[in-house]
Design a protein around this ligand. Sequence first.
Ligand SMILES: [Zn+2]
Length: 378
Amino acid sequence: MKNRLVDYFISLVKIDSESKNELAMAERMRDDLMKMGAQVIFDDAHARTKGNIGNLIARFPGKVEKKPLLFCAHLDTVKPGKGIKPVIKNGKIFSDGTTILGTDDKSGIAEIVEAIRRLQEEHFDYAPIEVLLTISEEIGLLGAKNLDYSLLNAKVGYALDSHRIGSATIQAPSLNVIEIKVIGKEAHSGACPERGINAIELAAEAISKLKLGRIDKETTANIGKINGGVANNIIPNIVSLSGEVRSHSEEKLEKVTNEIIRTFEETAQKYQINLDGKVYKAKVDIKVDRDFPAMKIDSNEQIVQIALKAAKNINIEPKVEISGGGSDANIFYSKGIKVPILGTGMRDVHTLDENISIEDLENGTRWIMEIIKEYSKM
Ligand SMILES: [Zn+2]
């Protein structure tokens, strides 16, 4: 049986597009979207992200007077994503087991494109639509962070980049990455231990005082990496650690981050020695990077309600969700663009078992069509 949607999805996953190498995929999408009547432009984000093509922005003129509706997805995939050979088994599409499938996020792209194609074939009078396909989402939301926002006119829309069809993610936490360097003083551990300041000991004491893991319903903290020491007979003078704090509340994010900084600084003050009339003090260098800001869209917002109503219209159970991770949508939110993240049917993403059912591809497409119809009729 010939199925345009399935054939299209399969043709897209066969195009290699690991992060920073999205050129072939971007050119394919430019050609396809232009054939459908869109104006397509690229920004120059790749000049800053060191990729081989920028973000793609496509504009479909509307057939009714309305503000444009945005649909976003990302062009890149995680590794191993080269030479993907899709296989259909029992109504589901898998890779051959040696690579990921790339349904994250090509299911989103295929569903957006097929939905618009079908609406055009139905001669439906839709609102103006903008399609934004970003680069290098998987390696730190680089495309979204470096996007030329002057090229976007839409202020609301959807990112197709989640799992279950019918679910709309409307909240996601902010994330701080914390890098800590503890500096002690080196000395021979057998001959003159009193001349050293043990950075490992200091780090261990500070960590033992931290509250890690789940802090509360909205907040988590983790020390994820630690590195230090040279040899058993040397008192170590440097330990590097890194960790993160996530929270749905900016206030709590700041509070927990500051707590970690304060604990290291206070612990370091206890570590000092007096040598030959000179005082040696331990030091801590701490760097905090805001990786992404929180997203908090109210479930009563029209853009959320449209997605839920559209799901109901096609007999799919609607659901709002809160995520523990960040995505392009966090960055858009900080720029004043509200995009709930919708499920596309992708499963077991970022693994060799990644898959999607043909039924979900179809339902995802129908959901997007219904959303555009609801929005356009409003
Ligand atoms: Zn994704």
